[in-house]
Design a protein around this ligand. Structure first.
Ligand code: CTP
Length: 444
C-alpha cells in the first residue's frame, strides 16, 4: 500500500484545496491530511486564520478524500509523522517548491501544481474588506508598528497624522504612506486609527476617532484616569466600534501559554506575582522630561500590571507605591505593592534604575520564573521544592510582537469578539485607575 501525506491550514476551504487533495489521493492508496493548529500557524507567522480547527477538519472530512486526518502542531512534526505513519510520498502545492526537499532522504517528495487565482488569503480579503490604518504619532513605537502591520493580511497602513507636519511628512516618506495636515482628511482616509502619541493626548484622540466612526488601537496606557477609560469604552460600544489597548504581551502566544500553565495547578494555588520592567532612558527623552506625565510607572507600569490582573483579577484590596524621584519630581524607579484577598503582587518599573526584567509567579506547590525579557514571553520554567524537578517551556515571539495585537484586533473587527478575554475592557479600566492613583500620589 502506498501511503501519502499532505499538510495545510485549509482555511475557508476552496477549490484549490479540493483539487490538491484529489491529486494527492491519486498518488497512492491511503491519504493522510495534516491540519495546522491556530497556535502553530501563529508561530510560523500565519495570522488571521478565520475557521476554527474543528471547522477546517470537518471540511476536509466532507470531501471524502482523506483516509485519516491528523493535527499538525509543531515544527519538526513532518519528519516524525513520516516515520510514525510509514509514509511513501509527501506532497504539497507548488507554492512550496524546494521548501521540503530535505524530506527526500526519508520519502518521495512531490510538488503539485497550485490551482491558479484562488487562495484563502484572497477569500479572507473578499469576506472582510481591507482595513486602512491611520497612525497618529511618529515616534519610536509608531516606527515599529508599520512593518509589523505589513505582516498581517487584512490591514494596510495608509496614512499618518502629526500636529507637526514636518514630522508627519518625514515619517510618511520613510514608510511610503500619506501625511495629512488636516485631521478630518486623515480620519476620512482611515478605518482603524492607531494612536501612538504622548500618553496625555490619548483620551482626546480616542474620543475624536470614535466620533468619526473609527476603530481605535491605542498604545498603553490607554488612559491615565479611570472615569475617562470607562467613558471611552462606553462610547465605543455605543458607536459599535472596537476600542483596543495595545499591550502587546497580552496577545503573544508565549504569554497565553504561560497563563494556561500557571492556572492549571502546575504550581498549586497562585499566591504571588512579581513583575519587573526597567529601561535606562536618556535625560532628553520625553519619558524623562515630561514632569506631569513622564516617569517609569506611566511608561512601563501597564506591562507589569498585566500578569497581575490576569492572574489575580481586577479586585485588589490595596495598592501602595514606593518611588524614587529625580530633581524634576519624575519617578525613576517605582514599586507598586498590591494586596489581594489571597495573594500579594509587585510591579517594579525603572527608567533611571536597571534591574532584571523577570516575572516570578509563586504558588503553594512551586513557582514559575519567566526569563527576561518576560514581556516578550518566550521561555519559562516551572520549579518545585526539589531543585532538580524543573519543567521548561518555550514559544516563539516573532519580531516586535505588535503583529499579534493587530491580528486579534482585526478578528474582533471582523466579528470574533471572543478574542477580548486576553485584555478586557475591565482590565484596561482598572489599569487606568491605578495610573490615576499613582499620578495623584506622585503630585502630592
Ligand atoms: N493549494 C493549492 N492551490 C491553491 C491554494 C492552495 O494547490 N490555489 C494547496 C497549497 O499549496 C497547500 C494546500 O493547498 O498544499 C493547503 O494550502 P493552504 O496554505 O491552507 O491554502 P492557501 O489558500 O494557500 O492559504 P493562504 O492564502 O492562507 O496561504
Amino acid at each position: 500500500m502506498i501511503k501519502v501525506i499532505t499538510y495545510g491550514t485549509f482555511d475557508l476551504f476552496h477549490e484549490g484545496h479540493y483539487r490538491l487533495l484529489q491529486r494527492a489521493k491519486q498518488l497512492g492508496d491511503y491519504l493522510i491530511v495534516g491540519v495546522t493548529t491556530e497556535e502553530y500557524d501563529q508561530t510560523r507567522g500565519k495570522l488571521n486564520v478565520v475557521d476554527s480547527l474543528i471547522t477546517r477538519i470537518e471540511n476536509i472530512k466532507k470531501t471524502g478524500l482523506a483516509d485519516e486526518i491528523i493535527v499538525e502542531e509543531s515544527q519538526g512534526q513532518k519528519f516524525r509523522d513520516i516515520k510514525k505513519y510509514d509514509i511513501d510520498i509527501f506532497t504539497v502545492g507548488s507554492d512550496w517548491t524546494g521548501t521540503f526537499d530535505y524530506l527526500k532522504d526519508y520519502c518521495k517528495v512531490v510538488y503539485l501544481e497550485r490551482t491558479k487565482n484562488i487562495s484563502s488569503t484572497m477569500l479572507r480579503a473578499k469576506e472582510a474588506p481591507i482595513q486602512r490604518i491611520g497612525v497618529i504619532g511618529t515616534g519610536r513605537i509608531a516606527n515599529r508598528f508599520i512593518p509589523e502591520a505589513a505582516l498581517v493580511s487584512g490591514v494596510n497602513a495608509r496614512c499618518v497624522y502629526n500636529p507637526n507636519l514636518n514630522s508627519a511628512k518625514k515619517f510618511a516618506e520613510k514608510w511610503g504612506i500619506d501625511a495629512y495636515e488636516d485631521i478630518e482628511e486623515f480620519y476620512y482616509a482611515s478605518d482603524i486609527v492607531y494612536i501612538a502619541s504622548p500618553h496625555e493626548t490619548h483620551y482626546s484622540y480616542i474620543k475624536q476617532a470614535l466620533e468619526h466612526g473609527k476603530h481605535v488601537l491605542c498604545e498603553k496606557p490607554l488612559c491615565l484616569n479611570r472615569a475617562q477609560a470607562v467613558e471611552l469604552f462606553a462610547y465605543a460600544k455605543e458607536k459599535n466600534r472596537i476600542l483596543f489597548e495595545g499591550i502587546k504581551t497580552a496577545f503573544c502566544p508565549g504569554f497565553a501559554k504561560l497563563l494556561g500553565i500557571a492556572c492549571s495547578g502546575a504550581i498549586g494555588s497562585i499566591r504571588g506575582v512579581d513583575a519587573c520592567f526597567t529601561k535606562l532612558e536618556e535625560d532628553n527623552k520625553r519619558e524623562r522630561k515630561d514632569k506631569v506625565y513622564g516617569g517609569s510607572f506611566t511608561e512601563l507600569g501597564s506591562y507589569c500590571l498585566l500578569p497581575i490582573l490576569k492572574l489575580f483579577g481586577q479586585n485588589y484590596e490595596e495598592i501602595r507605591f514606593e518611588t524614587i524621584k529625580d530633581q524634576n519630581g519624575i519617578d525613576l524607579y517605582t514599586k507598586a505593592h498590591m494586596r489581594y484577598s489571597n495573594g500579594l503582587a509587585t510591579a517594579v518599573c525603572g527608567l533611571g534604575v536597571k534591574s532584571e526584567g523577570k516575572l516570578l509567579i509563586s504558588g503553594t506547590t512551586g513557582y514559575i520564573v519567566v526569563e527576561p525579557p518576560w514581556w516578550k514571553t518566550s521561555y519559562f520554567e516551572v520549579h518545585h521544592e526539589n531543585p532538580n524537578d524543573i519543567e521548561r517551556f518555550s514559544e516563539r515571539f516573532l519580531g516586535d510582537g505588535l503583529r499579534y495585537e493587530i491580528c486579534d484586533m482585526l478578528s474582533m473587527i471582523n466579528g470574533d469578539t471572543r478574542k477580548d478575554f486576553k485584555l478586557t475592557r475591565g482590565d484596561s479600566e482598572t489599569m487606568a485607575g491605578i495610573m490615576e492613583q499613582f499620578l495623584n500620589e506622585r503630585k502630592a
